[in-house]
Design a protein around this ligand. Structure first.
Ligand SMILES: NC(=O)C1=CN([C@@H]2O[C@H](COP(=O)(O)OP(=O)(O)OC[C@H]3O[C@@H](n4cnc5c(N)ncnc54)[C@H](OP(=O)(O)O)[C@@H]3O)[C@@H](O)[C@H]2O)C=CC1
Ligand SMILES: CC(=O)N[C@@H](CCC(=O)OP(=O)(O)O)C(=O)O
Length: 344
């Protein structure tokens, strides 16, 4: 597969390059940056020396890039992929957007939360949470790859919502992210001395992943679902831990919960069920495409508490994007993605 990456100098672009260097069917044809056009990628990321010697092109050449590519990963800030998307599709290439431009089925929701007009509303995009939308991803030409918090959270809650085991109005999600989730751009909040030895909540009752989680859960429930979602910044480089709470419907037993998790995910290579009482740990997923899930039943409150852990840059971004590419091109879904987590 001839692959190009728009936004290769960012963290998710770097992760795409790192993972694709071990993908037997991947050939990188173009990589782009607007601020460092002409520079070798190994000069920006020396760890990629010997793996890649390509120089960065500009997205001004997007038509040429698209005509030379089978698929383009857009690892850009929101608002940029949809502009490029039209031109890429016109050249016959496929698009996998790691940002938010193609995640929403209702453009008004995107415009309300992202505060920019959607300029490619006619796109027939598929939401790329692979395990839950695999059939649609197979035939997609445009995939909106999910956000990092949303991947961890939707995977944790989908079996309970689909099987109608929880009271939908009681869902609360408390999630934590490592700092690479904010990208490589400079921002005072992410300086070492600001973030280390400190944990903070942010964007309470207003984070952009809220409508994305609600979109998927509403689809699975067949009715509108509204959740409370609170993200936190944690002083680590990678990882998301999502803790999801909901009241069980009257009469639902812990055995039923065990059964719906097992039946939903027992065939899924990238989802590792830690079972009832299991404690997912971000370190166990670091650098890998795994999502670890454990759940607990609180008999005092009648609540189920599901915990999921992923690497935000891999299952939460580049790894899932490559998983989607494998599905779109009809090759084994795990190709290039079976590296063990980097524990230390
Ligand atoms: N970080 C994460 O954990 C996750 C990120 N995402 C999403 O993936 C996308 C990329 O994120 P991430 O890699 O973290 O971001 P970074 O900020 O690390 O990188 C952004 C990339 O976009 C390029 N870029 C910036 N502005 C423009 C522009 N105006 N035109 C063209 N290219 C531009 C930059 O290139 P240059 O500056 O060199 O020109 C850089 O390569 C975002 O939409 C993000 O929300 C999704 C899931 C997880
Ligand atoms: C720690 C941190 O700042 N994380 C980012 C989430 C990154 C992400 O997945 O963003 P998109 O949905 O825009 O692709 C945030 O909270 O905005």
């Amino acid at each position: 597969m001839k692959i190009s990456i728009c936004g290769a100098t960012g963290y998710t672009g770097e992760e795409l390059l790192r993972i694709l260097s071990g993908h037997p069917q991947a050939e990188i044809v173009y990589i782009t940056s607007e601020s460092q056009t002409g520079t070798g990628i190994h000069e920006i990321y020396p760890h990629l020396t010997r793996l890649y010697d390509s120089k960065l092109a500009s997205m001004e050449e997007i038509e040429n890039i698209a005509s030379a590519s089978d698929v383009i990963f857009a690892a850009l800030p929101h608002g940029h992929a949809m502009e490029a998307g039209k031109k890429i599709i016109a050249q016959g290439a496929k698009v996998i957007d790691l940002g938010a431009d193609y995640r929403f089925s209702d453009r008004k929701v995107y415009e309300q939360w992202y505060k920019v007009p959607h300029t490619h509303p006619e796109a027939k995009a598929v939401y790329g949470l692979t395990e839950l939308y695999r059939d649609q991803v197979k035939t997609a030409r445009i995939v909106g790859n999910p956000g990092c918090y949303t991947t961890a959270t939707i995977l944790a809650l989908a079996p309970l919502v689909k099987n109608k085991l929880i009271e939908l109005s009681t869902i609360i999600v408390d999630a934590k992210s490592g700092i690479s989730g904010a990208g490589r751009g400079l921002n005072l909040a992410y300086h070492f001395s600001e973030a280390q030895e400190s944990v903070k909540a942010y964007n309470i009752a207003g984070h952009r992943h809220t409508p994305e989680i609600e979109q998927a859960l509403s689809e699975f429930a067949g009715t509108a679902v509204t959740i409370s979602f609170t993200p936190h910044l944690i002083p680590m480089t990678r990882g998301i831990l999502s803790t999801c709470y909901a009241s069980l419907k009257t009469g639902v037993t812990p055995d039923q919960i065990d059964e719906v998790f097992a039946s939903s995910y027992r065939q899924e290579y990238f989802i590792r069920l830690l079972g009832r009482g299991g404690y997912p740990v971000t370190k166990n997923t670091r650098g890998s495409n795994f999502c670890d899930i454990g759940w607990h039943y609180d008999h005092r409150t009648g609540r189920v508490i599901v915990v999921s852990a992923i690497d935000n840059l891999v299952k939460g971004a580049a790894g899932q994007a490559i998983q989607n590419m494998n599905v779109m091109f009809g090759i084994e879904e795990t190709t290039g993605l079976t590296q063990a987590p980097l524990y230390l």
